[in-house]
Design a protein around this ligand. Structure first.
Ligand SMILES: Nc1ncnc2c1ncn2[C@@H]1O[C@H](COP(=O)(O)OP(=O)(O)OP(=O)(O)O)[C@@H](O)[C@H]1O
Ligand SMILES: [Mg+2]
Length: 390
């Protein structure tokens, strides 16, 4: 197995996730799915594993929509993805022939100057064409990665109205073709953030309420240890030490496979047998290294990108107050801490911010001895926040 923090893994190197994927297939039997989670937790690799190990009865198409900035680009990308994916699928020669004859006229149509105005028709046709390639018992499964980012781009480049119309159009399509079409949306930006901003700009009400929203959990503890152990085998670690080192890595970084890859990468660079202290030093390196190898600064910059200015200021206030706390904090305690920094903070503003930060996976609400308490979701992020911003 290759140590590869942040890169694209071979399917065989994607560890665990079987429980989650099993659950997602069961949901897809009946409705579409929106997966949310913090950045780098492994969403894309879940989608890739689902595509590779697709259940019978589905034709899966994975699309990364990050670079899509207009609806004609989206439609072109659908045709392009299908052509490419069919080439990699077994037993679909007939589909490929059909698709190849269709492609020039379709793509030609998308490039016409009138395409911008008639995108609804072109998009519906694209899905009709797709549904056409399967038989009556086959469902087309669109695995749409970075869907929220595409909406955000559309909102900025083309306008909120177009993004809202696209959401409404997709909803109508899902309802009309529920027997033959399923969508799974995910991405590094939460869909809730983009919907919130669209709601402020127009009248997007609840355009994905026919789909189930689930948060992608960390990988299970035994899988985290298994991943760490498999990666340690690539280093100079003594085989007898690997189980102990692996469990120490899981304790340091939790079920976040991206950080596991990073820590083992650091151990690998030692050029000697790593020990338990090296594991702690490697985890600390993620927090203290000036080049921010695990991109923890993204937790700050994304607030500027996706939060309105007043919400961003409140989010920073709460997170800055929470980071130095040694234990999880109750709402009254947090209100006190925040009011030391900003005496005008209203109770309701704090509660709204806590909800937003929880939805956005920065913090977690837990059950404390005398009621609900809040803390950072990831100890590593908390440590980074404290060391960098306090
Ligand atoms: N199941 C897994 N097994 C092993 N490594 C994993 C797994 N999932 C993720 N990783 C590691 O974490 C990295 C990030 O994973 P991935 O790109 O899937 O995250 P993501 O949630 O899609 O991130 P982003 O939000 O930035 O799109 C991978 O490059 C790999 O190093
Ligand atoms: Mg991703």
């Amino acid at each position: 197995m290759q140590i590869n923090p942040g890169g694209r893994l071979d399917t065989k190197d994607i560890i665990g996730r079987d429980n989650e994927i099993g659950r997602y297939w069961r949901v897809l039997q009946r409705q579409g799915l929106v997966l949310s989670a913090e950045r780098r937790i492994g969403k894309t690799h879940i989608l890739l594993k689902m595509r590779e190990e697709c259940q019978s009865g589905y034709l899966p198409f994975y699309q990364d929509l990050e670079a899509v900035h207009s609806i004609p680009e989206l439609i072109r990308s659908i045709y392009g993805t299908v052509r490419q994916s069919l080439g990699a699928m077994p037993n679909v020669k007939a589909y490929i022939a059909k698709w190849s004859t269709l492609l020039p006229t379709k793509v030609g149509g998308i490039d016409l100057p009138t395409a911008d105005a008639s995108w609804q028709v072109l998009l519906s046709e694209a899905f009709d064409d797709l549904i056409d390639i399967g038989d009556d018992n086959t469902r087309i499964l669109m695995l749409w990665d970075e869907f929220p980012l595409m909406l955000h781009n559309l909102q900025r480049r083309v306008g909120a109205d177009t993004a809202i119309q696209l959401l409404d159009h997709l909803r109508a399509l899902r309802l009309a073709r529920a027997d033959r079409l399923r969508f799974l949306f995910t991405g590094s930006v939460g869909l809730h953030l983009v919907l919130r901003s669209l709601r402020e700009a127009g009248n997007a009400n609840d355009p994905v309420n026919d789909m189930l929203s689930l948060a992608v959990p960390p990988i299970a503890h035994p899988d985290t240890c298994a991943l760490a152990a498999a990666l340690l085998h690539e280093t100079r670690a003594a085989p007898a030490h690997i189980p102990g080192l692996a469990s120490q890595i899981a304790n340091e970084v939790g079920g976040f496979p991206f950080y596991v890859h990073h820590v083992v990468d650091r151990l690998d660079q030692l050029g000697r047998q790593p020990n338990l202290e090296d594991v702690s030093a490697a985890a600390d390196h993620l927090v203290y290294a000036p080049n921010d190898p695990a991109s923890l600064n993204y937790y700050v910059t994304r607030l500027s990108l996706y939060y309105p200015e007043d919400q961003r200021a409140l989010a920073l206030l709460v997170l800055d107050a929470l980071a130095p706390q040694l234990s999880p904090t109750s709402v009254p305690e947090l209100l006190n801490l925040c009011r030391h920094r900003d005496p005008s903070l209203a109770n309701e503003q704090l509660r709204e911010t806590l909800t937003l930060l929880s939805e956005d996976h920065y913090i977690e609400r837990r059950k404390g001895a005398t009621g609900a308490v809040y803390d950072f979701r990831w100890a590593l992020v908390k440590k980074w926040w404290k060391e960098t911003r306090s």
